[in-house]
Design a protein around this ligand. Structure first.
Ligand code: G4P
Length: 328
């Protein structure tokens, strides 16, 4: 499977019903918010970005609400690409971007100051800055909130049985945080994004075909991080396709079944797990250039789907016309 294989668009879908409620709640409270914090995964800043944010940030007058994009888990991401992503994101209107790693406590002063700089008129007035915080499941939002609040906060309900979908957390005299459940979106239009979300653990393992995700991951790493793969799996000549890679790496690891056959599934599992935990090295699965290319591609997909729908409607209309004519 190639990185741009589009034979299986939308092959990963994950949108439990409770996320609908979260989405509607966010839509409802967004107009009252001063600042939005979107926690994204530094390894997939494009794929972990909620497409709804751009639309909801704009008020009736077309003014964009300020948003802080936190590229979280930066300790796992490629530092050169994290810098490139920050520049890319900050080139957008009203967007500030910062990278946070697993040493959050040290970074919280910076975040508070950033929020206050965006709303200086409210600071010290007793009117708190209202900050909505959102992000995909497992992106590290709770860890961030606990560090920001300086205490352990109960998780906002992201399970179907928990009805409460928002909670207010006082950060200090100037900042009130509105937490929302970890959320994905109903349709992941870009198939590449689906694979990357799955590879990094943003979509639960039960929601996708593991083989496909592992293949996608291997193909990308072979191309983008060959040295890291060679070093980690002790391979001199790195194969150029995923199947061969699983064979060679699996053999090196001693993952053998009866008859000396390599257990490639076990190797595939190891690759994805080691990517998630950062053992292979600091890896980012997408670049700003890929974002632009893929956004164009998604536009084309959307246009094609729209054209297909139109053609169907037209066909239906003609059929109805013909039937009416025949009746006369
Ligand atoms: P969520 O609320 O968005 O669902 O995420 P949560 O804070 O529960 O964090 C999800 C996982 O990501 C946790 O690991 C957490 O420790 C880890 N995490 C959060 N921020 C960072 C970061 O900046 N860098 C790295 N490397 N990891 C981060 P876990 O294994 O699920 O749990 P545990 O390790 O806390 O036991």
């Amino acid at each position: 499977m190639s990185q741009y294989n589009l034979d299986k668009p939308n092959s990963i879908q994950w949108f439990p019903g409770h996320m609908n409620k979260a989405r509607n709640d966010i839509k409802e409270i967004m107009p009252d918010m001063d600042v939005v914090i979107e926690v994204i995964d530094a390894r997939i800043p494009f794929s972990s970005e909620n497409p709804m944010v751009a639309a909801l940030r704009r008020n009736k007058e077309g003014v964009q609400k300020p948003v802080i994009k936190i590229l979280n888990k930066a300790d796992l991401a490629d530092p050169i690409l994290t810098t490139a992503w920050i520049d890319h994101l900050e080139s957008q209107d009203g967007v500030k971007a910062v990278a946070f790693d697993d040493n959050k406590v040290a970074q919280m002063g910076q975040l508070k100051q950033l929020i206050k700089n965006l709303m200086p008129n409210k600071v010290g007035t007793g009117r708190q800055i209202k900050v909505l915080i959102m992000g995909i499941p497992n992106v590290g939002k709770s860890t961030l909130i606990n560090s920001l609040a300086g205490r352990s906060i109960a998780r906002t309900g992201d399970e179907p049985a928990v009805t409460k979908s928002q909670q207010l957390i006082k950060i200090d005299d100037d900042i009130m945080l509105y937490d929302t459940p970890g959320m994905l979106w109903p349709k992941i239009e870009n198939p590449n994004s689906g694979f990357r979300l799955a590879a990094t653990g943003g979509i639960k393992d039960t929601a996708f075909d593991f083989d496909d995700v592992a293949s996608y991951t291997a193909e990308y790493l072979i191309k983008a991080y060959p040295q890291l793969l060679k070093a980690r799996y002790k391979i001199d000549e790195l194969p150029q396709n995923d199947r061969e890679f699983f064979e060679v790496a699996g053999r090196n690891r001693g993952f053998l079944k009866k008859g000396g056959i390599v257990d490639t599934y076990r190797m595939a599992e190891m690759l994805v797990n080691e990517l998630r935990s950062g053992i292979i090295g600091r890896i980012t699965l997408e670049t700003p250039t890929m974002r632009e290319d893929e956004a164009k591609f998604v536009d084309e997909l959307r246009a094609a789907a729209e054209a297909k729908k139109e053609a169907k409607l037209e066909e239906k209309r003609l059929r109805r016309l013909r039937a009416r004519k025949n009746r006369k």
